[in-house]
Design a protein around this ligand. Structure first.
Ligand code: FAD
Ligand code: SF4
Ligand code: SF4
Ligand code: SF4
Length: 407
C-alpha cells in the first residue's frame, strides 16, 4: 500500500489512485497546496498495484535524444498564442486529423489547472500556452486507456512525471499512444495560485488599475482570461496577463487588463525564484529524459546565440526526438520549420533538461510569511526587486497600453 513519508518522493501524478482496484486511495491537499495520495488501510487488499505503477518507485532510464531540432510553426497566429514556437499545436492537429484524441492541461471554470482531452481543433485553444501551476490529473489516465483500448490514437501531453505516470499506469506499449512532455523547471503550488489570483483580483477591484472602483468583486464571475506567457513585449521578456470584467453601476462593465513583465509580476517572480515548487521538483525523478516520452519540447532559449537567423523574438521551440515513434511524429508535421541543432547547445541554455532546481534559501520562510502577508507580500519580502530603470520602463509601457486600450 502506498504511503508518503517523504514529500520529495511523490510527484502527485495520481497513477496509484487511478489504478487501485478497490478505489481506496484519495488525493488530499496539504498545507502547501499540493495533492498527495492517502490510502484507506481498512479497504486495501494489499495487491501492490499502487506501488507497481508509481513512477518514483520505478524511474526510467536516463536517455540521450536521437535528434534535436529548433522548430517554428509557420502559422503566426498559433505561434503568438503558444509559449514558444507553437510545435505542440502542430503535433496535436496531426493527431486530430487522423481521428485521434489529444490530452493536455487547461483552466477549469474556477481558473484551476486540470488535465482533459479534446478531439477537435477548436478544443486545442484551451491547452495552448504554459500554465505555471501543477495540473490535476483527474481521471485522465483511465480515459486515455479507454481510448487506446477502443483503437483510437492518443497524443498525451504533460510534464515528464505525468507522462512517466501514464506509462507506468498503462504497463503496456499501445501502438496508438504518442507522448510529448516538456523541459520542466518544476510546477508551482495550486494553493498558492488560488490565493494569488484572489489577491490580484481584489487589488484590481480596489481601483488600482480601473477607471473607477467596482463594488462587487466575486473572483469567479469576473475573470475573463489569464496568460502566463503573454508575448506582447516579446517571447524572451514574457509577461503575465489577466483580463477582468468588473460590474459598475447598473450592469455596465469596466474592463481591466493587467500585463506585467516576468521581472515585475509577483507570481512569476516567486515561481522563477523556486519559492513554491512541488518538493519533488527539487529531486525530480524524470530528468535526463527518463519519462519515456516520444518527444520533449521546450523553449529554445539559446537560439539567438546558436541560430540567430531563426530568432525574431516571436518564439522558437526546441524538439528532442527520443524514440523512433517520435521521429515519425516529427516527420509527419506540416507547416513547421525544423532546423537540426546540437543537444549540447540545448542543455547549455536550458539546464532544466538534466538538473533539478535547488531548494532556495527562502522557501521555508515563504510559507510562514504567506500566512502573514499573503502571496504578493511574501514574494515582495523575499525576492529582490529589479533595478529601478527596469521598473520605470515597465510602468511606462503599462500606462501606454492602458491608454491605447481605452482609445
Ligand atoms: C510548469 C511548466 C514549466 C516549464 N518549464 C520549462 C523550462 O524550464 N524550460 C523550457 O524550455 N520549457 C519549459 N516549459 C515548457 C514551455 O513553456 C512550453 O510549454 C513548451 O516549449 C511548448 O511550447 P509550444 O509553443 O510548443 O506549445 P504551447 O501551446 O505553449 O504548449 C502547451 C502544452 O503544454 C501543456 N501544459 C501547459 N501547462 C501545463 C501544466 N501546468 N501541466 C502540464 N502540461 C501543461 C499543454 O497541455 C500543452 O500540451 C514549461 C512548461 C510548464 C507548463
Ligand atoms: S495495495 Fe492495492 S488495494 Fe491497497 S491501496 Fe494499493 S492498489 Fe489499492
Ligand atoms: S508519484 Fe504518483 S503514483 Fe507515486 S505515490 Fe505519488 S501520486 Fe501515487
Ligand atoms: S520538475 Fe520533475 S517532478 Fe517537478 S513537475 Fe517537472 S517533471 Fe514533475
Amino acid at each position: 500500500m502506498i504511503e508518503i513519508t517523504d514529500k520529495e518522493k511523490c510527484v502527485g501524478c495520481g497513477a496509484c489512485v487511478q489504478r487501485c482496484p478497490k478505489e481506496c486511495i484519495a488525493l488530499r491537499e496539504d498545507a502547501e497546496g499540493f495533492l498527495y495520495p492517502e490510502a484507506d488501510a481498512s479497504v486495501c487488499v494489499e495487491c501492490g498495484l499502487c506501488e507497481k505503477v508509481c513512477p518514483v518507485l520505478h524511474p526510467g532510464e536516463s536517455r540521450q535524444p536521437l535528434m534535436a531540432y529548433a522548430a517554428v510553426n509557420g502559422d503566426e497566429a498559433v505561434r503568438r498564442s503558444s509559449s514558444s514556437g507553437g510545435v505542440f499545436t502542430a503535433l496535436a492537429l496531426e493527431t486530430i486529423a487522423r481521428g485521434g484524441v489529444v490530452f493536455g492541461a487547461r483552466f477549469d471554470e474556477r481558473w484551476e489547472v486540470v488535465h482533459g482531452w479534446t478531439e477537435t481543433a477548436d478544443g486545442l485553444g484551451a491547452f495552448r500556452g504554459s500554465k505555471y501551476v501543477q495540473s490535476r490529473m483527474g481521471e485522465s489516465y483511465r480515459e486515455a486507456e479507454a481510448f487506446l483500448k477502443s483503437g483510437r490514437e492518443v497524443l498525451f501531453s504533460g510534464t515528464p512525471c505525468q507522462v512517466a505516470g501514464l506509462r507506468r499506469y498503462l504497463r503496456k506499449d499501445y501502438g496508438g499512444l504518442r507522448t510529448v512532455d516538456f523541459i520542466c523547471h518544476g510546477v508551482p503550488s495550486p494553493g498558492v495560485w488560488r490565493d494569488y489570483l484572489k489577491e490580484e483580483v481584489a487589488r484590481q477591484c480596489d481601483g488600482k488599475n480601473t477607471v473607477s472602483p467596482a463594488p462587487n468583486c466575486g473572483r469567479d464571475a469576473l475573470l475573463e482570461g489569464v496568460s502566463f506567457r503573454n508575448k506582447a513585449c516579446g517571447w524572451k521578456k514574457f509577461s503575465f496577463s489577466l483580463s477582468l470584467s468588473l460590474p459598475v453601476g447598473q450592469g455596465t462593465k469596466n474592463s481591466v487588463f493587467l500585463c506585467e513583465l516576468l521581472t515585475e509580476n509577483a507570481y512569476l517572480r516567486g515561481f522563477l525564484s523556486d519559492l513554491y515548487l512541488r518538493p519533488s521538483c527539487h529531486a525530480c525523478p524524470a530528468k535526463c529524459l527518463r519519462s519515456g516520452s516520444d518527444l520533449t519540447v521546450g523553449d529554445y532559449w539559446g537560439v539567438c546565440a546558436v541560430h540567430p537567423e531563426l530568432d525574431d523574438d516571436g518564439g522558437v521551440s526546441v524538439v528532442l526526438v527520443n524514440t523512433a515513434r517520435g521521429q515519425e511524429m516529427i516527420g509527419g508535421l506540416n507547416g513547421v520549420r525544423l532546423t537540426p541543432t546540437r543537444y549540447a547547445d540545448v542543455v547549455r541554455f536550458n539546464p532544466a533538461v538534466e538538473r533539478s532546481a535547488r531548494v532556495p534559501a527562502g522557501r521555508a520562510r515563504f510559507w510562514a510569511l504567506r500566512r502573514e502577508l499573503g502571496v504578493i507580500g511574501a514574494v515582495g519580502a523575499l525576492v529582490k526587486d529589479p533595478p529601478l530603470w527596469r521598473r520605470a520602463a515597465g510602468r511606462a509601457k503599462r500606462i501606454v497600453k492602458r491608454i491605447l486600450k481605452r482609445i
